[in-house]
Design a protein. Structure first.
Length: 192
């Protein structure tokens, strides 16, 4: 059972990975209409069903990504509430970002639209070592913001590895503990 990452027993992130270079960098590809396709490929040593639940089960998504609400059926609502904000949990709460499930083919494909992050698509493929995740996000933002978002997804997908190992992010300390990690990853993306 996952710990409640908004109030875990261990209220620090000391045991969590802070070196965000264990996974390769993703790519940002310019599309038409000022949209950018962000793509990251990751390999996780779990079955696709396990990885699927990490993106769809609210008890698991809160460990590494966001609060989620909704149903995982094509056409259903699927909303996100970010937790990695500076004052979240200290009297400042973020809004829910409304979304919809565009495609749900468990445990292979999940595509959602989101009011803040555009279209997010996950493709899960069995491999001999577990599952390959191809994560893509089509956003309509200026290029410099797209790279900020790409760095953010990079960090979240690193947090996913921690969650697969049974560790939860302590969100009230995310800003202090992981924002410097995000800055280092963002610098790598802007240097490319």
């Amino acid at each position: 059972m996952a710990t409640d990452s908004t109030n875990p027993t261990d209220s620090t992130n000391a045991s969590l990975n802070k070196d965000m270079t264990r996974f390769p960098l993703g790519a940002a590809t310019a599309l038409e209409d000022e949209r950018t396709q962000l793509t990251l490929v990751r390999h996780y040593q779990v079955a696709p069903e396990v990885l699927w639940s990490m993106f769809t089960d609210p008890e698991k998504t809160i460990m590494w990504w966001a609060k989620v609400r909704g149903s995982i059926k094509t056409g259903s609502s699927f909303d996100l509430k970010w937790l990695n904000v500076k004052d979240e949990g200290h009297g400042i709460e973020t809004d829910w970002w409304y979304g919809r499930v565009i495609e749900a083919d468990e445990p292979r494909v999940l595509e959602i639209s989101n009011s803040m992050h555009g279209r997010i698509r996950l493709e899960l493929t069995d491999t001999e070592q577990g599952t390959q995740l191809v994560f893509s996000n089509a956003v309509e933002v200026p290029a410099e913001i797209a790279l900020m978002s790409l760095a953010g997804w990079h960090v979240h997908l690193d947090h996913l590895q921690e969650a697969l190992d049974g560790k939860s992010i302590y969100w009230q300390h995310w800003w202090d503990d992981f924002y410097p990690c995000w800055e280092r990853v963002h610098a790598l993306y802007t240097a490319v």
